[in-house]
Design a protein around this ligand. Structure first.
Ligand code: FAD
Length: 370
């Protein structure tokens, strides 16, 4: 950062420690914890990349769920006195990772369930919800067939869930149909080497940089994050002795310029961006690429989200409906939270309790990820 900028950042941090802003927006949230200078360097443009809007237009709730109790003070303390028992999620340095990625959890779970005789229907898009009195009696699939049900655990986007009901009150229908989302594209590039060097003491195969992922704050490129899969698990790469497999992440909106670009043009653009920020050398060839688009990857905290409580209240009136997971609750839940919602939902069903414990997952700012 250089001495001058470090001093400036330090002064602005001290100022924000003594003069707290009322936390009305995400911008206030970040400035209160990191100071204006660090906020401008690390959070302002990155946040705009993710959500497509400025942090001053986003609710501070997102910060509370994303950065939780982290502040500059705690981050610095961690540099000088690494905590044995890590409490801040953003500072965790070690992860236990399945050999072939997190999808293995669900493949294993599906195999276990099938071995117990549970039927799992894949590629079955729910388009309609049928009610009988106060309860949900069946879900209708895109092919027109109906599945009768005792209970529904819904992790589909709240927007689509509400649209699947008949006779939704106008206000609830309006709030749900205008809930905002951010879509996502990831492109994998297979290269021989990276231009950035490992200047740390951490040992890696072929001495590549030890990072699993890198946030890209630069304004002049659209890439938001880079994953280095070699460092997640060597089994994720075809030949770890020869190749580096990187994943580039782009935040976008369905139908925009990035979304509609062809796969080849996208991979070329992505490789050019990496060359521009010095992650790939100018002449570094890309051996192969793959692009994956994910709709509604990020439930967003602006627009009609402010009135989400009314939608939740209406959905909770159906005794046998349980809203779980990330899009199912329109909340920035991670995998742990999403699984926790499932566990709480089963408890609520078996114990016939209300649904507060399900909605309370990921509410406490001190929630600790296992
Ligand atoms: C880029 C990115 C990086 C992430 N990184 C991490 C990470 O490092 N660690 C972490 O813990 N979490 C991470 N997450 C979050 C994690 O992926 C989610 O929390 C988790 O997948 C949510 O689980 P879920 O079951 O609620 O939803 P999903 O996994 O999204 O499952 C919902 C399912 O419902 C299906 N569906 C949707 N509509 C319908 C319909 N109408 N009918 C039938 N089915 C439908 C979808 O196809 C999907 O299979 C990341 C998310 C993103 C987008």
């Amino acid at each position: 950062m250089g001495l001058a900028r470090t001093v400036k950042a330090g002064c602005s941090y001290l100022y924000s420690t003594f003069f707290k802003r009322p936390e009305k927006t995400l911008e206030d949230f970040y400035i209160n914890r990191f100071g204006r200078v660090l906020y401008s360097m690390f959070f302002e443009d990155y946040t705009r990349k993710i959500w497509g809007v400025h942090p001053s237009e986003i609710s501070p709730e997102w910060g509370a769920q994303r950065v939780k109790e982290l502040s500059l003070g705690k981050a610095l303390l961690n540099v000088f006195i690494p905590q044995r028992e890590q409490r801040e999620t953003s500072l965790i340095e070690e992860f236990i990772y399945p050999k072939h990625g997190p999808g293995q959890f669900w493949e294993t779970l599906a195999a276990l369930l099938r071995s117990e005789g549970v039927e799992i229907c894949l590629n079955a898009c729910v388009t309609g919800i049928r009610t009988d009195g106060g309860n949900i009696s069946a879900v209708e699939l895109a092919d027109g067939s109906q599945l009768p049900c005792d209970a529904v655990f819904s992790s589909m986007p709240v927007k689509d869930l509400v649209a699947a009901f008949e006779n939704v009150p106008d206000e609830v229908a309006h709030i749900a149909s205008s809930l905002p989302y951010r879509d996502f594209i990831t492109v994998g590039l297979l290269v021989d080497k990276l231009a950035i060097k490992n200047t740390t003491r951490l040992k890696t195969i072929h001495d590549i940089v030890p990072d699993t992922w890198i946030y890209v704050q630069e304004q002049d490129v659209r890439i938001g994050r880079i994953q280095i899969f070699n460092n997640w698990s060597p089994y994720m790469v075809d030949d770890i002795t020869k190749h580096v497999w990187i994943g580039l992440e782009y935040f976008c909106s369905e139908g925009d310029e990035l979304w509609t670009m062809s796969d080849t043009a996208f991979a070329d653009m992505a490789a050019d961006e990496l060359r521009k920020i010095g992650v790939l050398a100018e002449n570094e060839p890309v051996h192969s690429s793959v692009r994956i688009k994910v709709k509604k990857a990020y439930p967003a905290y602006f627009g009609s989200y402010a009135e989400f409580g009314k939608v939740r209240e209406w959905l909770d009136r159906f005794p046998n409906l349980y809203c779980i997971g990330r899009n199912g609750q329109h909340r920035y839940n991670n995998m742990d939270h999403s699984m926790m919602c499932g566990i709480e939902a089963v408890r609520a069903l078996l114990d016939e309790t209300d649904k507060a414990s399900i909605w309370n997952v990921n509410i406490e700012s001190g929630y600790h990820e296992a």
